[in-house]
Design a protein around this ligand. Sequence first.
Ligand code: MRU
Length: 344
Amino acid sequence: MAIEALSWEKGTLILIDQTKLPEELTYLYCKSVNEIVGAIKRLSVRGAPAIGVAAAYGVVIGVNSINTDNHGQFFKELDKTISFLASSRPTAVNLFWALGQMKNKAYQVKDKSIGEIKHILEEEAIFIHNDDKDRCRKIGEYGASLIKDGYTILTHCNAGALATGGMGTALSVIYVAKEQGKRISVFADETRPLLQGARLTTWELMQDGIDVTLICDNMAGMVMKQGKIDLCIVGADRIAKNGDTANKIGTYQVAILAKEHNIPFYVAAPFSTIDFNTSNGSEIPIEERAFDEITIGFGKRTAPKEVKVYSPAFDVTPSSYIKAIITERGIIRPPFKESLINLT
Ligand code: MRU
């Protein structure tokens, strides 16, 4: 698994520009907080864990540009940078989690010199990044125990290496199962409107030589009915305390279809995606995106200019549809409220 969605080199955050995939593999070299906020907003870097890692490096870039030896001024600027990064996208809780880690670290060492604080924050961002790699690997190892040789797995959106600091969440399960010698096939939903499944998941799986078949979102029911799918796995942007899970728009209907066809539906996510301050899915803020992401598709206008549009980027799957949540601490089964707390 050689794909690295992000890397850090001498004060620069290097991102694969995911808006250009699959046609071009190009990189963005971010040297300012503005550039990172822009990259998150337009989905050059996307996927809950990857957004968190990018934001942590954003804090480092932000503090490195603060020129003061006054602690009060430094922390004022730090707080402003963190709020600006937090404004980039609302749903993935990993963003706020990573920014919280960075803020706590800064305040823990507030009595050190500003130079030392900057250095400690850089180490913290690198730690968050490496930690995400470890978590991804462990999710894959736990999840692979659910996968039998010959399975065909349906996934929605992209919860792979492109979406994390490591080898992915949902796709990590597939990568590890393959490493274990299991023969795995994947059906990837194209994931309208921005086509993360078609553009990113298929590309990523093909890089790794995994058998993948692309379907339009509205074909999932048909392929399930035809008995082609053994199991569904998706990632998550935020999991409430009761297990309700926000993920890319369309995930909810996959979960309903899976239940109807007696196909187990799993969510794979690190603990940084669990929001213990959110008691259930109705409290999760859902991002709404620009209408032209729906009305201009495939490089041309696909709906009348004046048409009314509703464009939520995520939906919430009630926990009752989720067979288990695969985390780096183990496979969590219902009742989620109790089992999630037990693993904290
Ligand atoms: O809008 P996106 O592309 O950031 O949405 C991404 C998803 O919904 C992923 O499934 C989720 O973030 C999990 S990534 C491991």
